[in-house]
Design a protein around this ligand. Sequence first.
Ligand code: SAM
Length: 268
Amino acid sequence: MSTIGITDREFSRFQRFIYANAGITLPAAKKALVNGRLAKRLQQYGFGSYSEYFKLLTSGKAAQEVQTAVDLLTTNETSFFREPKHFELLREVAITARSRTQPLRVWCAASSTGEEAYSIAMVLADCLKGRPWEVVGSDISQRVLERARGGHYTAAQARNVPRSYLHRFCLKGIGAQNGTVLVDRALRGRVRFIQVNLNEPLPQLGTFDLIFLRNVMIYFNNDTKREVVIRALSLLKLGGYLLIGHSESLGDLTTAVKLVAPSIYRKS
Ligand SMILES: C[S@@+](CC[C@H](N)C(=O)[O-])C[C@H]1O[C@@H](n2cnc3c(N)ncnc32)[C@H](O)[C@@H]1O
């Protein structure tokens, strides 16, 4: 398939589009990425230019296509037990919460294809045994949410899941499913995946003991980041933890939380 080129002018329209819809700032270096990721949509509609596709997206009559474009323009890289220090903290918090009657509640706020939310759920199921807990996973992209709900991964994707957790919480594919891993129904049933745009007022989610807000703020400019963090922190309980990606920082965006370890903040 020969790809139609995107002009600078067209690219700047898509920059505005994804900023308006997801708060994502796409630098000029992402022009080729936008070109490549949207090429199939132009082909699907038989459009000869990115302007035609942009016209469709902004017509007000193509909500589903807007979602598809957002899905395609987000970057969903993730893995099980990514940045393991955070899971050590989660384990400590869960163990301390054993004596509580209230459920321990964790929000995985940019859950992508689900690996992060299921990693959290495995630790909670392990440490809290019969005690109550809840995990909410959310993302802007419907495509990744569908995959997260399915909980089906390649063995390579599941390579960081500890062996004992693989045995307890996952089914190994056989026959046609050889080389894949399915998070078992019981654990899947305990993780709720919903669509949440962090760049809009948040739905009623209740308050959380921990919020994983990892590797998503890198796509936001400072103003968006501040708004997203303030909104997320409004759902964090006093004494609760906000975890961000190791390459991210809150700088002086807020005084509502204090840095207690690299990429770990606590609300006081
Ligand atoms: C690189 S992944 C990070 C996944 C996971 N948190 C991790 O650290 O492995 C970033 C995710 O943020 C989501 N995202 C981007 N903008 C968003 C927004 N405005 N609201 C909610 N999710 C968003 C993307 O769809 C993507 O799945």
